[in-house]
Design a protein around this ligand. Structure first.
Ligand code: ADP
Ligand code: F6P
Length: 324
């Protein structure tokens, strides 16, 4: 069926995530499929405010799915949090004939998307962040690649730490959430995982586990710390002072946000980007595309922003029980 939507704008906003390009590609190509003109908007909401847009076609997104980052660039735009910023973005849409927006990013991006929708521009959110901290969606684009990158770094680290019989305290990203830390910690066989969601008894859950491990023949002790816990150096100092084992800190940092996206992030990006355009083409607005129980569904933005994602207690428990 011919869509009445003529032009759809696509933007990426907030921290980049591997797989965003696959989402952009699928959104662009699905626009073309529907006879809609895709408009790339550069640097998140900045591009909407400053009319930094480009007309795209199917060929504009050739060969981008295997690249990390985002071809549309991303930014954090404080101006968009103001009424004037929103009004300016609406003027850009009207002037450029943009009937709808696909906003790819995290919950901050969805807050902006909700306001844009309320101002009369149909907008659909696509969850992309390595933190996997979006309550409405069981998965967010970028998490799998970031986890695998962190795991690869830690595997390398383990070689040297094992040779020196040291303890390594490794900080992974996640902002205020520990999803990435628990997943990575379980995968690398961490002795302890520290996340903001679960306070630990440091003596019992960290120091005693290290001492017991050493007594049982472990030569390397790996402590994975979510950045939201803070004071990673202080944790390493305490381990060294109280166990006598040499401890070193490694902060994986932005490396875990880059790299070629995994199969999961490419396919999830493609499916979500495609679905966002399906929604706009059908005249829908004010929704987030969410992955829940192996299916893509949509949830109203306001409702999505109220949802929280608790830490998976079973995954945490497994990691704890087997870290002996
Ligand atoms: P993420 O989308 O990854 O959570 P941010 O929280 O940095 O990242 O948000 C990305 C952008 O979304 C912000 O820079 C801003 O442009 C927009 N944004 C965030 N919160 C709001 C808000 N309350 N109102 C309007 N726009 C917002
Ligand atoms: O939200 C993604 C994320 O990588 C967080 O894990 C981290 O806290 C933050 O972004 C880092 O932001 P920046 O790129 O501004 O340093």
């Amino acid at each position: 069926m011919e869509s009445k939507v003529r032009r759809i704008g696509i933007l990426t906003s907030g921290g980049d995530a591997p797989g965003m390009n696959a989402a952009v590609r699928a959104a662009v190509r699905n626009c073309v499929h529907h006879g809609i003109i895709p408009i790339g908007i550069r640097r998140g909401y900045n591009g909407l405010i400053h009319a930094d847009t480009m007309v795209m076609d199917a060929r504009s997104v050739n060969g981008i799915s295997d690249r990390g980052g985002t071809m549309l660039y991303t930014a954090r735009c404080d101006e968009f949090k103001t009424d004037e910023g929103i009004a300016q973005a609406v003027r850009t849409c009207r002037y450029a004939g943009i009937d709808g927006i696909v906003a790819i990013g995290g919950d901050g991006t969805f807050r902006g998307a909700g306001k844009l929708s309320a101002a009369g521009i149909n907008t659909i959110g696509v969850p992309a962040t390595i933190d996997n901290d979006i309550g409405c969606s069981h998965y967010t684009i970028g998490f799998d690649t970031a986890a695998n990158t962190a795991i690869e770094c830690i595997d390398k680290l383990s070689d040297t730490m094992q040779s020196h019989e040291r303890a390594s305290v490794v900080e992974v990203m996640g902002r205020h959430a520990g999803h990435l830390a628990v997943y990575v910690g379980l995968a690398v066989g961490a002795t302890a995982i520290l996340v903001p969601e679960y306070p630990v008894d440091f003596e019992r859950d960290v120091l005693e586990k290290i001492r017991q491990g050493r007594y049982n023949g472990k030569r390397h002790h790996l402590i994975v710390v979510a950045e939201g816990v803070g004071n990673t150096q202080g944790i390493a100092d305490r381990i060294e002072n109280e166990t006598g084992i040499d401890a070193r800190v490694s902060i994986i940092g932005h490396i875990q946000r880059g790299g070629s996206p995994s199969a999961r992030d490419r396919t999830m990006g493609a499916r979500m980007g495609h679905m966002a355009v399906e929604q706009l083409a059908a005249g829908k607005t004010d929704l987030v595309v969410c992955y829940r129980d192996s299916h893509l569904v949509t949830i109203p933005i306001a409702e999505a922003l109220q949802m929280t994602k608790p830490m998976d207690p079973y995954m945490y428990q497994v990691a704890y029980d087997v870290s002996i």
